[in-house]
Design a protein around this ligand. Structure first.
Ligand code: FAD
Length: 321
């Protein structure tokens, strides 16, 4: 059954987030040959229209408004609901990011529709679009579909492969005049706690440190390895609680859920709450001086040793190659 599917392109710090392209790939599956429509909400949405098309959108709707310069659930909610009212799509896909987690339930509630959140795969079986999503902190997966009404899902970054970028693709780009009013929140300034760098939730490589790193200074060896691999640094809650790093780096049940291609856990014991945030990573390497550490249960490769010896050696070897 051919469907029209809307995809919210997420713009952050002057660039489209990768999960937007992964959402287009998911939307292609849901659309079953129908139309995939990219939606861009920003003060300078038009800058990103061609890129959304290059990744597979057939058409792009832009809402350019100063009030959409930074995300607010009020502003984005109003714009998207007005677009949905006009377009009447059969599906809508967003990234399961901080923005998607906030916006999607609000939009679903206003539309009185279902929502499948944090999907890691999508397939079509007969008439039903079936999403796979992790449950019980990633220990099991369930398959879910919305039997009636709009197919609405958020997808976890780094799980559904984006389509190959094709700069020769063309598509219609149109402006939508959304009425955005009575905003209850106005963002005046964003003060960043962490340095700029690779976004943790979209990083292909993460070097994470735990209490075994012993100090904020100790994280420098992890940062070196992460820089060498083009990755990001993450942390266990143990490390955050000990004030070795900022809570924005925390991975786990009460932190970020990540699925990089490579996760290097250094001085992390592997508590169940930490595993909930990283055990679905594609390849896990654990470095721990305790051979009995629980992290080795989920590791593909384990190195028993002192991280302050092992990590610099790894960095040195990788730099040579
Ligand atoms: P530890 O358990 O102290 O482990 C340190 C490890 O470092 C040890 O295995 C040790 O052998 C190793 N080590 C020490 N020195 C070295 C060295 N030089 N070289 C190599 N290895 C070394 N935790 C999270 O991470 N994320 C969460 O989101 C989270 N949410 C939680 C929610 C709740 C409700 C609760 C109750 C707990 C939560 N926790 C979470 C905490 C979790 O239970 C653990 O306490 C925490 O993950 C432990 O952090 P750690 O592995 O860094 O520290």
């Amino acid at each position: 059954m051919a469907r029209k599917v809307l995809v919210l392109g997420e713009i952050r710090e002057g660039a489209l987030r990768n999960v937007s392209f992964e959402a287009i790939a998911a939307a292609k599956t849901v659309a079953e040959g129908g139309e995939v429509v990219g939606v861009l909400l920003s003060d300078r949405a038009s800058d990103f229209a061609q890129e959304i098309i290059a990744y597979g959108a057939d058409r792009v709707i832009l809402v350019e408004d100063e009030k959409l310069k930074t995300y607010t659930s009020d502003g984005f909610g109003q714009a998207i609901l007005q677009i949905l009212d006009t377009e009447k799509p059969e599906g809508i896909i967003m990234g399961h990011t901080a923005l998607g987690k906030d916006l999607a339930p609000k939009v679903a509630a206003k539309m009185e529709s279902g929502l499948i959140s944090d999907a890691t795969a999508v397939e079509v079986t007969g008439d039903q679009v079936v999403f796979t999503r992790p449950i019980y902190s990633g220990k099991a997966f369930e398959k879910n579909s919305i039997p009636d009404g709009i197919v609405f899902a958020t997808i976890r970054p780094n799980n559904i492969a984006a389509l190959e970028k094709d700069g020769t693709r063309t598509g219609e780009v149109s402006s939508f005049n959304a009425e955005i009013k009575d905003l209850r929140t106005i963002i005046k300034e964003i003060v960043r706690k962490t340095s700029e760098g690779v976004d943790l939730s979209e990083a292909k490589v993460i070097v994470a440190g735990g209490r075994g790193v012993k100090s904020a200074n100790g994280f420098k060896v992890l940062q070196d390895l992460a820089n060498t691999l083009g990755g990001a640094v993450g942390a266990s809650r143990g490390a955050c609680d000990a004030d070795y790093c900022d809570y924005s780096l925390q991975i786990g049940q009460t932190g970020k859920v990540v699925t990089p291609d490579l996760y290097i856990a250094c001085g992390i014991s592997g508590a169940i709450q930490h595993l909930a945030g990283m055990s679905n990573s594609k390849v896990i390497v654990a470095i721990n001086k305790d051979p009995e550490a629980n992290i080795f249960q989920v590791a593909d490769y384990g190195i028993v040793g002192d991280l302050f010896e092992v990590v610099p050696l790894l960095t040195e070897e990788i730099k040579k190659s």
